[in-house]
Ligand binder design. Structure first.
Ligand code: C2E
Ligand code: CA
Ligand code: CA
Ligand code: CA
Length: 270
């Protein structure tokens, strides 16, 4: 109608059904204890010591097995469930860190990812300070990772939220850096502690190439702003060495350690 076509395919219906079913399962997941956190090491370049760990959410679906965050975080965002799930993540990461420390396992800090909705929610500050005091974790041991696009969307509002969190003493990492559109003026004012170079610049990294030039520029920017610069997605020894040569402070990626459950993580450290 109205000079427009609308194509319908049975597979589209299936996609929508699957999404709906997964969303319904997601509503029950928290109460059924189906989430867990995996941990990936962040190492001082080139090969350690450990500077921290990143907590990555996993959903153990009763029928589908392990579901990765790229599949369910968008649904959780859309439905608002992310707020409750996010609270669980912050609390669980603090609990785990406290447990490791009680066992004598030295983990300098734990990083937690915050989605855009979570970042802007009025309850965030309270959830974080509650989790820290519940597990007697010093604020300086917690790092919040927010993407560059989240930070730069309404930068004045972000600045106010981040200032409050930074005053509490938690670290702020600007994730997926280089993929958003940073205003350097705002970046200068953000109370961040770390820039995380997006995997896209690491993937095809070769000496003298375009990505190497971009990485160098981000590192120079980080130095100027007094931020540590970490590269993610380090999959090869060549990337590990080139990133170190370029001046990256820390490295993270499959080549240095894959995300794994906490008991396995502690065993690997030992
Ligand atoms: P991210 O924050 O950029 O996390 C890095 C992702 O890259 C993780 O995927 C990690 O497993 C993967 N990765 C690590 N090293 C390598 C590597 O060397 N090569 C490659 N190809 N990949 C690597 P994961 O765990 O599937 O998480 C995907 C995204 O989901 C995360 O991207 C983050 O945006 C989001 N996410 C994960 N956990 C949470 C959470 O607790 N809350 C929120 N809001 N988002 C989360
Ligand atoms: Ca991250
Ligand atoms: Ca990232
Ligand atoms: Ca990412």
């Amino acid at each position: 109608g109205r000079n427009a076509y609308c194509l319908f395919e049975p597979s589209m219906n299936r996609g929508a059904h699957e999404e709906l079913a997964l969303t319904q399962d997601l509503r029950r997941a928290l109460g059924h204890d189906e989430f867990s956190l995996h941990y990936q090491p962040k190492l001082r370049a080139p090969a350690g010591p450990l500077t921290g760990v990143e907590a990555l959410l996993r959903w153990h679906h009763p029928e589908q097995g392990m579901v990765m965050p790229d599949r369910f975080i968008p649904l959780a965002e859309k439905t608002g469930l992310i707020l409750e799930i996010g609270r669980w993540v912050i609390n669980e990461a603090c609990r785990q860190l406290a447990q490791w420390r009680a066992q004598g396992i030295e983990i300098p800090s734990v990083s937690v990812n915050l989605s855009a909705t979570q970042f802007r929610s009025p309850g965030l500050f309270g959830k974080i300070s509650t989790a820290l005091s519940a597990h007697a974790v010093p604020a300086s041991s917690l790092v919040l990772e927010i993407t560059e696009s989240t930070a730069m969307h309404d930068p004045e509002a972000s600045l106010a939220i981040l200032q409050r969190l930074a005053d509490l003493g938690v670290g702020i990492s600007i994730d997926d850096f280089g993929t958003g559109y940073s205003s350097l003026l705002y970046l200068k004012r953000l109370p961040a502690s770390e820039l995380k170079i997006d995997r896209a610049f690491v993937r095809d990294l070769v000496a003298g190439g375009e990505d190497a030039a971009i990485v160098s520029a981000i590192i120079a920017l980080g130095r100027t702003l007094n931020l540590t610069v970490i590269a993610e997605g380090v999959e090869t020894e060549a990337q590990q060495h080139l990133l170190t040569e370029l001046g990256c402070t820390s490295l993270q990626g499959f080549h240095l350690g894959r995300p794994c459950p906490p008991t396995e993580f502690a065993a690997r450290l030992a």
